[in-house]
Design a protein around this ligand. Sequence first.
Ligand code: GLN
Ligand code: ZN
Length: 755
Amino acid sequence: MTKAHVLGFPRIGAQRELKFAQEKFWRGDIDEAALTKTGADLRRTHWAWQHEAGLDFVAAGDFAWYDQMLNTAVLLGAIPPRFGFDAQKLTLKQYFELARGNAAQPALEMTKWFDTNYHYLVPELDAQTRFDGGVDWFFYEVDEARSQGHQVKPVLIGPLTFLYLAKSKTPGLDTLSLLGRIVPAYRRILEKLAARGVEWVQIDEPILALELPQAWLDGFAPVYREFSQTGLKLLLGTYFESVADHAALLATLPVAGVHLDLVRAPQQLEPFLAQWPADKVLSLGVVDGRNIWANDLTASLATLQHARAQLGNRLWVASSSSLLHSPVDLEHETALDAELISWLAFARQKLAEVANLKRGLTEGVSRISAVLAASDAAQASRRSSARIHQPAVQARVAGLQARDAQRFSAFAVRQPKQQAWLKLPPLPTTTIGSFPQTAEIRAARAAFKRGVLPEAEYRAAMQAEIRLVVEKQERLGIDVLVHGEPERNDMVEYFGEQLSGFAFTRNGWVQSYGSRCVKPPILFGDVARPTPMTVEWSQYAQSLTAKPMKGMLTGPVTILQWSFVRNDLPRSEITLQIALAIRDEVVDLEQAGIRVIQIDEPAFREGLPLKKRDWLSYLDWAGKAFRVSASGVADETQIHTHMCYSEFNDILPAIAALDADVITIETSRSDMELLAGFGQFAYPNEIGPGVYDIHSPRVPPVDDMLRLIRKAAEVVPAERLWINPDCGLKTRGWPETEAALATMLDATRRARAEL
Ligand code: GLN
Ligand code: ZN
């Protein structure tokens, strides 16, 4: 029979209940019983929602006290021996120590889950790892859901994905070599599920969406042959990209079904239909697990009906991926207007979409005529709304010429023109933008937003802060100053609030890692900049000093990357709209006398597609968008950019193609190793490698910074080298900030003396 299901549900709770309980538990404000009760209540609610919506299964095993990969590790009993924990008797407190570190041991490393903003904990495996089984929380949750009367589909991360994403702690050991050991562990887990009478189990192997080495692909058939002996029906979950390259493999794999993400990769349906065997289920993910748009039910139904003609009851209806990446419940968005609400669906609303699609498919569209009509009306209003479509914006993007994405002259011509007026000393010093965001600053901003602090007073408070920051920088002897960003809550929200086409939710939180959640703005319409956004602050800051003041903007790619983005335009085009808005701001800053302007792109690398073969096209449009934002100014105006991630040696040509006059990057934690690539590649423009880590309050001794500067000077000629911290200082306190910057200036003076 055709089934309706989701691949997983967010665990944080509609009001972030899990986050608050976790943090109280960590602080010692509540005990373990209170925390576990919060978790159980959330699971009960989320299962009830899935059941009431009309899904055929509830997903169990998708809950985690911190992270799903860590959960898999503790289920398998594969926890790093360095902690000295007994895997079979692991306590919740110890679980959190694995996730967050303890006095003796640093936490497991954390990294991004594919191309999402969710971060998982990286399992540590070595030649001795045994997978002898760990705690039975997973089974407890499956039983709990069953005891609440639900048809349960347990969800597991598959063995190949688990091993692929894990890190080998034994030099030379490939985690794939542990496959023979991990498979029996999975088999025991599956047998326990079979013994409970579970029928279907979802095993996620999202690595199939990557360009996998053949040795890993070869692992699938033997592993799943072994699993098939448990008698369970296995649904292999894939998502986030096309797995069409592996259609033949998946068609012959001994599993009962495969799930496809048709939101990210609708084009993969045909290759699968063309060869799908008569005995296998195909689960089609047509409801977006990662975005907030209401489904176009009519369009989805057409796709499903087409597939059903061939698959019949072997077609299942699903979310594209786990709903983990969606906010929880739209019901709480009381501040958004009705029209906007009609365009949106959060996780809870997506449950109903999936269930309705199945109903329409199997019982006839007349059964869902009311929801179809509402869906059609919402789609029609999105297609025609003047809030979304601004012909002038579209015309501007369409009219972009090659010269708009290029500075007037080449860097070699610009550099002397900039030096002529900047008259900077060798090894010029600067900072990345923000200065400590004190409690007073935050309180003033919040009071202004609530309407209790009059605008004039708010402005005066921010100006006082800017004055303070300028004075401190002058006293320290920094060469290119910043205003400190006191007016910004967040580097995307601040701009989104002033651009057309953005909306903000009250409670649209999505888990980023552990108890951390983010609330991305919703980019729903054409983006334009009605009025200047930062000019007033930068101009005020410049009026206080004779030194050059650096304007501070967030770049188009980062604004795109950190928002929920409309799905009715290509990302490349949306980014160009944002780029033009930023370009207008850059030009206005220049006109206001701000002739050093930084356009931050910390999320530039994050946007890279999952498949390397798609990288070039991304780098091409993303780079073009950056250059459009930066190229409206004269040669004399110096454009900086900032990126705070490691590892960009593999995209250096694209970084160079941004053609920023100066790029500041995070390097101190890699001991300048990162710069080596810049040297080898002969990166042509100026570079400011961070000389100290801003993530810790520690003030490094001057010799440390001097050593890093010398190391940088071996790779980058001194004429092109800047001195700065790794990133912005907003999370730091003033005492360590001043001490660290004074040390940085001291180190710079010594380095200059050595030139
Ligand atoms: N200009 C921003 C700041 O200093 C840059 C932040 C970032 O790179 N994430 O805070
Ligand atoms: Zn940064």
